[in-house]
Design a protein around this ligand. Structure first.
Ligand code: ATP
Ligand code: MG
Length: 561
């Protein structure tokens, strides 16, 4: 973490340091508690980096805990992907990988303790009746007619619920707090429900399951979590979090740990994060899976070529706050561009190639040139490339009839071939549609390396690929999948998709240095952007690249972060 570089502490650090100073904690313990019901996205990355970063910063511990208390939605497939994502981000849970479902016994005992203390009761009201009795923001709730049951009766009924005597929905366990509380969460919330379901971890052992608001604080307490960091929508649940821990005997006062701290969720513009929408995009074949490079699941970002460092930088720039706001997708692009700029080799690739014949270059001659991998970072070394009579350049770098201020190749003009020679266009051939098929040039043997002995200057420098050694590849260019300015949703609630979000170029050619590339490796294709080897679609004899980000952007870092 680069937290040391920041001048001011965020509000969570202030709370933690105060707890240390006042002796409430010695070792900080945080956790990331995903529900294994989908893939993690960029928002989760923020939570992971925040929680693990705080543990690191204060010499504490970070746990990974699967919050698998709801047996209906969870799948073990997601457990594996989540572990891989958290590990990739660099968050280290060491040997502390936990499952909330392993605490079901403790949760049951805590519920029994509440009943014994008169703090919970079994109700026979239906979900609808409970909702009706709950009241509104302006009206208090009404007492549950079953709330007068005795401790003995409640203990017996709760045990019978556990033994499977009752049907789903016929009984619940409610906390006895205050039906007139201004906080609706405190109006005798349901803490256990009956559900005859097989759980992926505990099988058929249980037919009653704890509700999130009851289970989560207990999970934190069992693991000795000191600071339970969650998102803002749980702010109104904090009194219940503290109530459960105090009444079930896990802590004495609200100030004691575990304590819940809320921060604002991360929202990004021009992306789709909702599971419901992503699922639909996957099912309709609009994206190719949960890791399609246009999505912002962590798996998708990794596949596209983002690095953990770039995501850490991004989270740091976003900052931690209490106010909801959304962050421009361009900031994420800024972070990856900055991260890769000095770290990656620069390679010449023609995404839309056209052949150039250098007429005065001998037929059977090849010249080996040494080129630096990254002009701004010597440590990346050099590689070689062969200069040959036939080369490719990008179609964009040639015009039959150039407009003013076009300095690249056109008939009669001289340009520099990057790291090689000056060439002058003498003529071109075209097909019956007017499409250029071959460009003819002559080269000046005196300009090797890209400088002329007579000091004459050329204004354009273009990249090239030696035709006999060109490696054919597929390159995919991406744009945002939705455009916020046009509205993310249509009137019928469907997504307003950008039809140009993916462009597939199948005739690209790249210099042979690229043959060393392995899945996930990334490069700068000079003058074009950063590209990564797609791990799914690349085969032993055909490379497929995803554009991570183009080189230029008008994006400026906000100064008021
Ligand atoms: P989603 O519904 O978007 O998948 P979730 O909150 O249901 O998110 P969980 O698995 O319950 O997903 O969340 C795990 C942790 O990640 C929680 O602590 C949650 O607060 C945090 N989290 C989820 N979304 C974001 C976000 N956009 N920004 C920051 N933290 C988030
Ligand atoms: Mg959730």
């Amino acid at each position: 973490m680069e937290t040391g570089e920041r001048e001011s502490k965020n509000f969570i650090e202030t709370i933690i340091e105060n707890d240390i100073k006042e002796g409430r904690v010695t070792t900080i313990k945080t956790r990331f508690p995903p529900e294994p019901n989908g893939y993690l996205h960029i928002g989760h990355a923020k939570s992971i980096i925040l929680n693990s970063g705080l543990a690191e910063e204060y010499g504490g511990k970070f746990n990974l805990r699967f919050d698998d208390t709801n047996p209906t939605k969870e799948k073990s497939e997601f457990v594996e992907s989540i572990e891989a994502d958290v590990k990739w981000l660099g968050a280290n849970w060491e040997d502390r990988l936990f499952f909330a479902s392993n605490y079901f016994d403790d949760m049951y005992k805590a519920a029994v303790r509440l009943i014994e203390r008169g703090k919970a009761y079994v109700s026979d009201m239906s979900a609808d009746e409970i909702r009706e009795f709950r009241g509104t923001l302006t009206e208090p709730g009404k007492d549950d007619p079953y709330s007068k049951r005795t401790v003995e009766e409640n203990l017996k009924l709760f045990e019978e619920m556990k033994e499977g005597k009752y049907e789903d929905g016929s009984k619940v366990l409610r906390a006895r707090i205050d039906m007139a509380s201004p906080n609706i969460n405190m109006r005798d919330p349901v803490i256990y429900r009956i559900a005859h379901l097989t759980h992926q971890n505990t099988g058929d052992k249980w037919c009653i399951y704890p509700m999130y608001d009851f289970a989560h604080p207990i999970e934190d307490a069992i693991e000795g979590i000191t600071h339970s960091i969650c998102t803002l929508e749980f702010e109104d649940h904090r009194p219940l979090y503290d109530w459960v821990l105090i009444e079930a005997g896990f802590k004495k006062t609200a100030e004691d740990t575990p304590k819940q701290i809320e921060f604002a969720k991360l929202y990004l513009t021009n992306v789709v994060t909702g599971k419901r929408y992503i699922k639909k995009l996957v099912e309709e074949g609009i994206v190719d899976g949960w890791d399609d490079p246009r999505l912002v699941s962590i798996a998708a970002l990794r596949r596209r070529g983002f690095t953990p460092e770039s995501l850490r930088k991004f989270v740091e720039l976003c900052g931690i706050s209490k106010g909801n706001s959304s962050v421009d997708y361009a900031m994420l692009e800024y972070c990856i561009r900055e991260d890769l700029k000095l770290k990656r080799s620069r390679i010449m690739a023609c995404l839309n190639p056209v052949k150039v014949v250098i007429d005065n270059f001998p037929e059977d001659k090849e010249e080996e040139l040494v080129v630096v991998n990254n002009m701004e970072n010597d440590e990346l070394g050099t590689h070689t490339i062969k200069f040959t009579k036939e080369i490719y350049i990008d179609r964009d770098d040639f015009m039959k009839e150039p407009p003013k201020k076009y300095f690249r190749l056109y008939p009669g003009n001289e340009v520099r071939l990057m790291q090689a020679y000056y060439v002058t266009c003498t003529s071109f051939e075209e097909d019956e549609n007017g499409e250029v098929t071959v460009i003819h040039c002559t080269y000046d043997p005196e300009t090797k390396g890209g400088n002329s002995p007579d000091g004459r200057k050329v204004k354009g420098t273009i990249h090239w690929v030696p035709a006999p050694y060109a490696v054919k590849a597929t390159v995919r260019l991406y744009e945002n999948i939705v455009n916020e300015e046009l509205g993310v949703y249509n009137e019928d609630g469907s997504l307003n998709l950008n039809p140009n979000s993916k462009t597939v170029l199948t005739d690209c050619v790249i210099e042979p240095e690229i043959l060393k590339a392995k899945p996930y490796d990334s490069f700068q294709f000079v003058r074009q952007g950063f590209f990564a080897v797609d791990p799914k679609d690349t085969t032993d004899n055909h490379l497929v690249f995803n554009r991570i980000v183009s080189l230029k952007s008008s994006y400026k870092l906000p100064t008021n972060k």
